[in-house]
Design a protein. Structure first.
Length: 180
C-alpha cells in the first residue's frame, strides 16, 4: 500500500510522540524527521491544531474504534450494548498499553471540545448506524455516548481498574437501554 505524504506525517508525529514520551513534539521536529521543510507541512495541515487533531483521530480510530466489532445477527439493543462495552474496554486498554497517545488525547483533545467532537464523530456514526437513527448531526448517538463519560474520560481512568467496573457499566446500560 502506498502511503500519502499526509499519512507519513501522521505516522511520524505519532512515532516521535512515542519515542520522546512527550506530546509536545514540534512541527519542526516532524519536518526534520521527514526531510522536508516546516512550511511543507502546511500543504497538508492548516496548523498545528489540525495536525494534532488528525493524529488523535487516526490513533483513536485504529486503537479504539477498530476494537468495536459487533454481531449483525443480534438485536439493535444487543449490538449497541456489545459495541459500547467494546468501546469502553478498548479505551481502558489504550490507557495502559499506549500511555503517550492516551496522554495526547488527555492533554490536547479533551481541552479542545471541537477536536474532541471531531475525534468522536466516527463513534457517533457507528452508534447511529447500529440504531438506524439517520441523524444528520448524530445528536442521539452523542447523547448515548455521553452517558458513559465515567468509562471514557481520562479524568476517571483511575476508577477503570476497580473490581466493580463491569457491574457499574451494566447499571449504566440498564438506564440507557430503557431510553432507546
Amino acid at each position: 500500500m502506498i502511503q500519502t505524504t499526509r499519512e507519513k506525517i501522521l505516522m511520524t508525529a505519532e512515532s516521535l510522540i512515542m519515542q520522546t514520551g512527550n506530546a509536545e513534539v514540534t512541527l519542526s521536529e516532524i519536518a526534520q524527521q521527514l526531510g522536508m521543510t516546516h512550511a511543507a507541512l502546511y500543504k497538508h495541515f492548516k496548523n498545528k491544531q489540525d495536525l494534532w487533531a488528525a493524529v488523535a483521530t487516526a490513533w483513536f480510530n485504529r486503537d479504539i474504534l477498530s476494537q468495536t466489532q459487533i454481531d449483525p445477527n443480534q438485536s439493535q439493543k444487543d449490538q449497541l450494548h456489545d459495541w459500547l462495552w467494546a468501546f469502553v474496554s478498548a479505551k481502558k486498554q489504550a490507557a495502559t498499553s499506549n500511555p503517550q497517545m492516551f496522554a495526547l488525547n488527555t492533554r490536547y483533545v479533551d481541552n479542545h471540545p471541537q477536536v474532541l467532537r471531531q475525534v468522536l464523530t466516527n463513534a457517533y456514526r457507528d452508534i447511529d448506524r447500529i440504531m438506524g437513527y439517520h441523524d444528520a448531526h448524530y445528536e442521539r448517538a452523542e447523547a448515548i455516548l455521553s452517558t458513559l463519560t465515567v468509562f471514557t474520560l481520562p479524568t476517571f481512568k483511575d476508577t477503570w481498574e476497580t473490581p466493580d467496573y463491569q457491574h457499574r457499566f451494566e447499571l449504566n446500560w440498564s438506564l440507557i437501554k430503557n431510553g432507546l
